[in-house]
Design a protein around this ligand. Structure first.
Ligand code: ASP
Length: 326
């Protein structure tokens, strides 16, 4: 265990956790991302075991998160991670795209310290506000993980700790909306202490060139990657339209065990044959549960494209965009 009092920087980015409604009884008619991070922290009991620093980096409803936001967030977190007195980072975030931000930060920062994302399903003004407990739990997890030398991007919600990989928003309304893959949660937070159940999964690091470009190349110039879905009646016509619009990568939300309607498959095969250069195509599953490791696969269009880590299609879209930066 560390002997000194670590600094924990709490970075606010918005979300429902910082949202307000006109009526306390209204869990849905609210505006996300209005309360500042200082106000959220002021509601919590003091933490003598940490020196907390609060920083409001942005105020976003996370449905509107952009690649520019990701880049700004990664750069700022990188600056804090480089400070020797910092033991951990906590980031408040909306639930809608938290899984994408989590994977982007994990890949681009590969943090040497814990970076704990935290969210809520009810606005701060709600009778059932879950944000204060989730934020208190995130601080607990950040400090405990730092003391144990655990590292990497995690998410905390409703008493569960999740790793970035495989993370997903799995429910529209329940307070335990964040879920993970088949490997389950990393641990649980109960009554102010953490029980760790397993280690985070190892993922080979992103090559330096891709990491550097993600941090410095203007996001407007990043390769464009779309998610397309396979469904009854798919005709694949969107494939040509997307390639004409300049998309370089496609992640297919396939059926079941990553299967694809034969007409969409024909359109993909045609694009792979005729494209110069051909698009990168990864196939995953639209099933909300099941092991993505078993389902994400890359069509053999370019060297290395078949080595796809176990991700949901939404995280695979981020990963493919990062790979194409190389
Ligand atoms: N729309 C909100 C957001 O993602 C939802 C939430 O935070 O739960 O910012």
């Amino acid at each position: 265990m560390r002997q000194h009092t670590p600094v924990v920087v709490v970075v606010g980015t918005g979300g429902t956790i910082a949202g307000e409604a006109a009526h306390a009884g209204d869990p849905l008619g609210y505006t996300a991302a209005t309360l500042g991070i200082e106000a959220l922290l002021d509601r919590l009991p003091k933490r003598p075991e940490a020196r907390l620093e609060a920083e409001q980096l942005m105020q976003r409803d996370s449905k509107d998160m952009s690649a520019e936001d990701w880049q700004a967030l990664a750069l700022r977190l990188g600056e804090h991670l480089a400070r020797p007195e910092v033991g951990a980072l906590v980031v408040t975030h909306g639930t809608d795209t938290l899984e994408e931000t989590a994977w982007f930060l994990q890949r681009v920062l590969e943090p040497r310290l814990p970076v704990v994302l935290v969210a809520a399903m009810r606005p701060a003004t709600s009778l059932q506000a879950d944000g204060p407990q989730n934020l208190a739990d995130a601080l607990t997890v950040a400090l405990d993980a730092a003391a144990r030398g655990r590292r990497g991007v995690m998410a905390v919600m409703a008493g569960r700790v999740w790793e970035a990989r495989g993370l997903r928003k799995g429910h529209t309304f329940r307070l335990d909306a964040l879920q993970g893959g088949e490997a389950g949660a990393l641990g649980a937070v109960e009554a102010g202490s953490v029980r760790w159940w397993r280690e985070s999964t190892d993922t080979p690091g992103l090559p330096d060139v891709q990491r550097q470009r993600a941090l410095s190349a203007p996001p407007g110039a990043w390769p464009r990657v779309a998610v397309v879905s396979s469904h009854a009646g798919s005709d694949g016509s969107e494939v040509a339209a997307l390639l004409t619009a300049g998309f370089q990568g496609l992640v297919v939300a396939g059926t079941g065990h990553a299967t694809v309607h034969h007409r969409l498959q024909a359109a993909l095969d045609q694009a792979l044959l005729a494209g110069s250069p051909p698009p990168a195509v990864w196939i995953g599953s639209r099933c909300p549960a099941g092991d993505p490791a078993a389902t994400i696969r890359g069509l053999p269009v370019q060297e290395g494209s078949t080595e796809v880590p176990a991700l949901t299609v939404w995280q695979a879209r981020v990963e493919l965009q990062l790979r194409l930066l190389g």
